[in-house]
Design a protein around this ligand. Structure first.
Ligand code: PHE
Length: 340
């Protein structure tokens, strides 16, 4: 019997289960009701009483060794079990991540700026709070000129010389003051006008204005540049039309229409059956403006244009309410995830 006990001692010492199932089998085969420990106890009962003391001691030792061994491996497997649940299982399907999206106004602004960058225009930016000189006076709006009312200005109550800019032409004044021709620049940015908010108007919106000044710049250059833009941005079949208009800072001035993007000029309810949609104001920079900004109007001439980004985006994406751009409704914004 002592030999048997010794054999089990070495077996228990060598026992090294790979997983919880092997451990459970070991527990059943050793301490279980039909396990070898039970067999040993049965044998033990048949021993002569003088041997019982000595062998009993070994049997007890063997039993507690088995118990300690089982306990030890139980703990080992329990902790790897928690590890399994705390660590990522790389074989599981991934958690979907919704990609972010550019705002449609950002997409359209980027497109407009890159079209002009391709033909050598730089990008210039300026402050949203402007003084009277940059927003009005330098641009040939004399004091008391009714055109100042045309733009529904938000003045700053503390200092009437300051206002929220009503157009980004103010940036062009800054560029002309600080650089020498040839100048080719576009100024994208946010502008403000005190208008009632509706599907077609807002008190804040965005513009891209352009300016080109050099020797011998003519109205033909303006027309060709805007035709290039219209065809790059909308489609190669787009036609443009220039109608006489008035701005204090350009002479002559014009409004530019494009052939309706929806009906291609045939007439529909978007273009009010005219076949044309107005998209921007433009003209030859008034010589007074050049002189105001320190550019010799006898030597240089130039053209300028300005368009609302919201209006262009509404045409491009067939959006019928301008307020959607400012409400940040995710159902609207996520339609632009794919970008352009
Ligand atoms: N600044 C004008 C506006 O805000 C647009 C414009 C720019 C018109 C340049 C002519 C030339 O309406």
């Amino acid at each position: 019997m002592q030999d048997k006990i010794n054999k089990y001692f070495t077996e228990v010492d060598a026992f090294n289960p790979a997983n919880a199932e092997e451990l459970e089998q070991f527990r059943i085969s050793s301490l279980g009701r039909k396990g070898w420990m039970q067999d040993l106890l049965i044998d033990f009962k048949t021993l002569p009483s003088e041997q019982k003391r000595e062998t009993g001691k070994f049997l007890n030792e063997l039993k507690s060794k088995v118990e300690r061994r089982i306990e030890h491996f139980k703990n080992v497997f329990a902790s790897t079990e928690t590890e399994k649940t705390t660590y990522t299982d790389l074989s599981r399907p991934g958690i979907p991540v919704t990609p972010g999206a550019h705002h449609p106004l950002t997409l359209v602004r980027n497109q407009i700026t890159s079209i002009f960058q391709k033909i050598g225009f730089s990008i210039s930016e300026g402050p949203e709070m402007e003084d009277d000189w940059h927003n009005f006076s330098a641009l040939n709006f004399p004091p008391e000129h009714p055109a100042r009312d045309m733009q529904d200005t938000f003045f700053i109550s503390k200092d009437p010389d300051f206002a929220l800019r009503t157009h980004t032409s103010s940036v062009q004044v800054r560029v002309m003051e600080n650089s020498k021709p040839p100048i080719r620049t576009i100024s994208p940015g946010r502008v403000y006008r005190n208008e009632a908010i509706s599907a077609r108007a807002h008190c804040q919106f965005h513009q891209v204005e352009g300016l080109c000044i050099d020797e011998g710049i003519s109205f033909a250059d303006l027309k060709q540049t805007l035709l290039y833009f219209a065809r790059e941005f909308f489609s190669v079949e787009t036609e443009i039309r220039l109608r006489p208009s008035y701005f204090p800072f350009t002479e002559p001035s014009a409004e530019m229409d494009i052939s309706c993007t929806l009906c291609k000029g045939k007439g529909c309810n978007v273009c009010k059956y005219s076949g044309w949609t107005e998209i921007m104001g433009c003209g030859m920079v008034d010589p007074n403006v050049l002189d105001n900004c320190g550019i010799d109007s006898h030597k240089y001439s130039g053209f300028a244009f300005g368009m609302g980004i919201e209006r262009i985006a509404m045409l491009k994406y067939k959006i019928n309410d301008l307020r959607l751009f400012f409400e940040n409704d995710v159902r609207f914004l996520k339609q632009f995830i794919a970008g352009i």
